[in-house]
Design a protein around this ligand. Structure first.
Ligand code: 5GP
Length: 193
């Protein structure tokens, strides 16, 4: 008899400021069994961010040592810092049978597409670049220089949208959330999760 289907991995990608984080936390209210992998980063914590909850905050050398040790499923330099998904974060959840969500930028999503082609890739797109700018400014967490850098990167990221299995345009939060939920539920029911 075949064993149980392996747990699903969902990669949610798209430009910074597109609302990936908000969509994922709302999605978890609707599908509580979804688990979120906590990424590692070398950027400094923002006010209110907690070690081990929002990120594993690592010094640059510690991050690079873990890259050398092969601890990351994917990692990328983004806007002057390093970000990466620790294998242990994903393995312990899939090992326990839970579906896992990775919220990552585009370079990392491409790496996962290569190494885990069975992962479900979902690209969240903004209705327009202008709305990203408003959101990044409204969030008030980044300097004008950091925002300008993120917007530059975002232009390149938007060009990548067609590379991924699914696209959800976040023009209206509720609608985007409904679409995301439909995709995730259909994949979970395919795998019997
Ligand atoms: P922020 O600094 O705003 O928290 O994150 C910046 C970007 O890095 C966002 O697009 C976020 O999705 C992405 N990111 C967060 N964690 C990871 C990760 O583990 N790997 C990769 N490749 N990107 C990540």
């Amino acid at each position: 008899m075949p064993g149980p289907a392996p747990s699903k991995v969902f990669v949610i990608t798209g430009p910074s400021g597109v609302g990936k984080g908000s969509l994922i936390s709302l999605l978890r209210h609707r599908i509580p069994e979804l688990e979120i992998s906590t990424s590692a980063t070398t950027r400094s914590p923002r006010p209110g961010e907690q070690e081990g909850v929002d990120y594993h905050f690592l010094e640059k050398q510690a991050f690079l040592d873990r890259v050398d040790a092969g601890d990351f499923l994917e990692h990328a330099a983004y806007s002057g810092n390093h970000y990466g998904t620790l294998r242990s974060e994903v393995d312990r959840r899939t090992g326990a049978g839970s579906p896992v969500v990775l919220e990552i930028e585009v370079q990392g999503a491409r790496q996962i597409a290569e190494s885990m082609p069975e992962a479900v890739q979902i690209f969240i797109a903004p209705p327009a670049l202008e709305s990203l700018k408003e959101r990044l400014e409204g969030r008030g967490t980044d300097s004008p220089e950091a925002i300008a850098r993120r917007l530059e990167v975002a232009e390149g990221e938007l060009a990548a949208r067609n590379e991924f299995h699914h696209q959800v345009v976040n023009s209206e939060l509720e609608r985007a959330l409904d679409e995301l939920e439909t995709i995730v539920r259909s994949k979970l029911s395919e795998s019997g999760q």
